[in-house]
Design a protein. Structure first.
Length: 331
């Protein structure tokens, strides 16, 4: 019988963003132990999942349920052109492993903050790559501790849209179908160029959650460009600051609280809405416990009221300077 226990931890030391309060934390070493824990836990207690936390803001209030971290589910197995990775494998680790094995299609994941499980859950996309293009299977566990396998491509409905985002399913393992290459040096060149692009955009300057807002493909202008035009760069609230190079990043510069980050993001939403009539939707997810006023405001949605007079010159400038596929999370 597995012996598995939770321990109290300060989440700000575990989350990529550097926020978070006290919570019971479970770090399973294998799928069997996690199943055992879920079958025997109090099902009335809340449950939260934290990969690397690179797309999330963790609340500073104490959390009464358990946080599950996947960092020890970090094994990679290879069989021909098929890779099977635990949910806790970091994207960069997987990308490097594939390149060294002479396998293409995962180079775009290099230096993409996060772990494979969460990256699959949200169907991440950047630099022309997307998880839905390479995932052949997903192993999940239900909150009751039952293992479920998914092989249907219908699990991916679109960018940042999968069946796993609506259901309380814990992704514990992902199977990737890649392709053989005779030129791994080209993959490495691509990987280093992606890293250079992220560095040039200041994405590693300080802790962040990556892009705070999704791109609105109906508008056709990246959220970062809308925010830049609305004067967002360099704005601060407490210890949080909008990036000077990329206006869709909010950095934790000086011990920012969850309130600092959220109130600054609310200001950004209002600025873009007042100027362009576009209501930016969050890419950043909330995990844990937050003050009620923050949670309520985060969930607020306003109807689109496009200001064509202000949008048109921005759209023309974007089309002139970018190819159609340039609208992705890194632009």
């Amino acid at each position: 019988m597995p012996i598995i226990q939770t321990q109290a931890a300060t989440l700000k030391t575990l989350s990529y963003y550097g926020t978070g309060g006290l919570a019971p934390v479970l770090i399973p070493n294998n799928i069997e132990d996690l199943c055992y824990f879920l079958k025997h836990r109090d099902s009335q207690r809340p449950l939260a999942l934290l990969g690397l936390g690179s797309n999330s803001l963790v609340g500073d209030n104490p959390y009464l349920g358990e946080f599950i971290l996947f960092k020890n589910l970090n094994q990679i197995h290879i069989d021909g052109t098929t890779l099977t990775a635990g949910a806790g494998v970091e994207n960069t680790t997987l990308s490097t492993f594939a390149q060294k094995a002479g396998l293409a299609d995962a180079d775009w994941m290099y230096r993409l903050p996060g772990q494979v499980g969460a990256t699959t859950r949200m169907n991440a996309r950047c630099y022309g790559g997307e998880m839905s293009k390479i995932v052949a299977g997903v192993t999940t566990i239900t909150p009751q501790g039952d293992v479920c396998e998914y092989r249907d491509p219908g699990m991916f409905r679109g960018y940042k849209d999968t069946i796993f985002m609506d259901q309380t399913l814990l992704i514990v393992q992902v199977t990737l179908k890649l392709t053989r290459t005779t030129h791994p040096e080209i993959l490495l060149k691509n990987m280093l160029s992606f890293e250079s692009d992220r560095v040039a955009k200041g994405q590693f300057e300080a802790p962040s959650c990556g892009c705070v807002f999704k791109n609105d493909y109906g508008v056709g202008i990246p959220s970062g460009m809308l925010l830049d035009a609305a004067g967002a760069k360099g704005l601060t609230r407490g210890g949080a600051e909008v990036g000077q190079q990329h206006a869709n990043f909010i950095f934790n510069r000086k011990g920012a609280t969850d309130r600092d980050v959220l109130e600054l993001s609310f200001d950004l939403q209002d600025r873009v809405y007042n100027l362009f009539g576009v209501w930016l939707q969050y890419e950043m997810e909330l995990l844990g416990e937050f003050a009620p006023d923050l949670k309520q405001r985060y969930l607020l949605k306003r109807p689109p009221q496009p200001n064509l007079k202000n949008l048109k010159p921005l759209l023309e400038r974007f089309k002139k300077n970018h190819s159609p596929k340039s609208i992705d999370p890194n632009n």
